[in-house]
Design a protein around this ligand. Structure first.
Ligand SMILES: Cc1cc2nc3c(=O)[nH]c(=O)nc-3n(C[C@H](O)[C@H](O)[C@H](O)COP(=O)(O)OP(=O)(O)OC[C@H]3O[C@@H](n4cnc5c(N)ncnc54)[C@H](O)[C@@H]3O)c2cc1C
Length: 411
């Protein structure tokens, strides 16, 4: 059996590793000259910056991605964050998640406990946003700010743009799998290890080769055309989202076309800083609910010092984009960092913005429609088709698991 995969991002490589291990002949086509998509390293002055991700794996060594990496034998070490997360409060105090019970008031603890209970037992069935859901049950400014900070960091959305149902699935998964981790060597080490697995199982990865057509015969996908040649396949997996995939064949399923047009990519801004002294001092997520724009920050060198040159730290902040004025958004982010790290010395290494064809998420959480397509043997993976309740790359892994189950590969 032959599988052709369109795109060598995390979703494409995970699928390729799984299929090649199951005995499929795998061929991957990547239009760019490098693999990894938005989960690749960018080497800059000895720092391992990235094409997208902040080097974080949302559920660390216990989550769906870590599980799949182990299953396919990808040699990746994930350093679990300690503490998982810390919140910068309005009065500049910092509270670790694990100390909530001790440091937050009884009322706030009851409210947080109630959210957890709802996420486990009573997920809303309607399409209320997470913000409106919080307003309905708890009138609490801190919870609203924390919700925006968490949604901004993890999904590059505001709480008003995430369905409560999806957010409570995410909280449920956080309860199940716990907090984040950082892969040694950064996100490029993950995609690099997956490429090694594929190659060691005889698979091929072609870089600099763009797929421009999916060939359909009697409503079944049977091949692609790339670089002016045709490649036959029994299964085609697309890692480029439903919208881009559907442009490559003549889709006559109007209901499907209508649904995929509703999926919106999420936008974001990442700012990378270098410093001699630690700015945060731990490897967990530093949530900043009271900042103007920055939603959260991590200092990845506390998990893997090799992500920066000797003696340096690498700090990455993330913010969702709120207005149409990108320059203003960036300036407000830079101003936040100045305030958050006032009195500390750092250098801004790089500011990157993400939208449209190179977004934070191809289909924002709650707007993706899963992995199914109306064409037999054609599946979509990646962050345009995440599994339920999956934050970013965990959602990518859950989506790949769904596809593997569908085609009969045990996961
Ligand atoms: C600023 C930012 C921060 C983030 N931080 C994190 C984080 O810390 N943790 C986390 O879990 N997630 C994070 N994410 C999200 C994460 O990076 C993505 O969800 C994930 O990398 C998406 O992988 P993918 O395989 O779906 O898509 P992609 O990485 O986009 O891969 C798709 C590939 O397909 C290729 N392609 C497109 N069209 C064609 C074609 N016609 N033919 C051949 N190839 C084609 C593209 O070039 C690309 O390489 C972040 C994203 C951003 C932008």
């Amino acid at each position: 059996m032959k599988a052709v995969i369109i795109g060598a991002g995390l979703g494409g490589l995970l699928s390729g590793a799984k299929l090649s291990k199951a005995g499929y002949e795998v061929e991957i086509f990547e239009r760019l000259p490098f693999i990894g998509g938005r989960f690749a390293n960018l080497d800059y002055r000895g720092f391992k910056l990235s094409t997208g991700a902040l080097h974080m794996i949302p559920h660390g060594s216990r989550g769906p991605l870590a599980q799949m990496l182990r299953e396919v034998g990808a040699g990746v070490t994930i350093v679990d964050s300690k503490p998982a997360a810390v919140i910068k409060m309005n009065d500049d105090t910092e509270i670790a998640f694990k100390d909530f019970q001790k440091q937050l008031s009884l009322t706030k603890n009851i409210k947080l406990g109630t959210i957890l209970l709802y996420s486990r037992k009573f997920k809303p069935k309607n399409d209320l946003s997470f913000k409106d859901w919080i307003l309905k049950y708890f009138d609490d400014d801190f919870l609203l700010k924390l919700a925006d900070s968490f949604c901004g960091w993890a999904l590059s959305l505001r709480a008003k743009d995430v369905p409560a149902q999806e957010m409570l699935e995410i909280i449920d998964n956080m309860y199940l799998y716990k907090g984040s981790g950082i892969p040694k060597g950064g996100c490029g080490a993950v995609t690099g290890a997956l490429a090694d697995v594929i190659k060691s199982n005889g698979g091929k990865i072609h870089t600099g080769e763009c797929v421009d057509k999916i060939i359909i015969d009697k409503e079944k996908a049977c091949g692609v055309s790339a670089s002016e040649r045709t490649i036959d396949a029994d299964i085609i997996i697309s890692d480029i989202g439903h919208l881009e995939t559907v442009r490559m064949y003549d889709c006559r399923d109007e209901a499907y076309s209508g649904r995929i047009n509703k999926a919106r990519p999420s936008k974001g801004i990442k700012i990378c800083l270098s410093s001699d002294e630690p700015l945060i001092g731990h490897s967990g997520v530093f949530f900043t609910p009271y900042a103007e724009r920055i939603n959260g920050i991590n200092e990845v060198t506390n998990a893997d010092p090799n992500l920066a040159p000797p003696g340096k730290h690498l700090v990455m902040s993330h913010q969702t984009v709120i207005s149409d004025d990108l320059n203003q958004e960036i300036n407000l982010g830079l101003l936040d960092l100045k305030k958050l790290f006032s009195g500390k010395k750092y250098e801004v290494l790089l500011v990157q913005s993400y939208s449209d064809g190179w977004p934070v998420n191809r289909a924002s959480s709650g707007s993706d429609i899963g992995n199914w397509t109306p064409v037999q043997n054609l599946y979509v993976v990646g962050d345009g088709a995440k599994g339920k309740g999956g934050i970013e790359v965990e959602g990518v892994a859950l989506g790949v698991m769904n596809v593997m189950k569908e085609i009969g590969i045990i996961v």
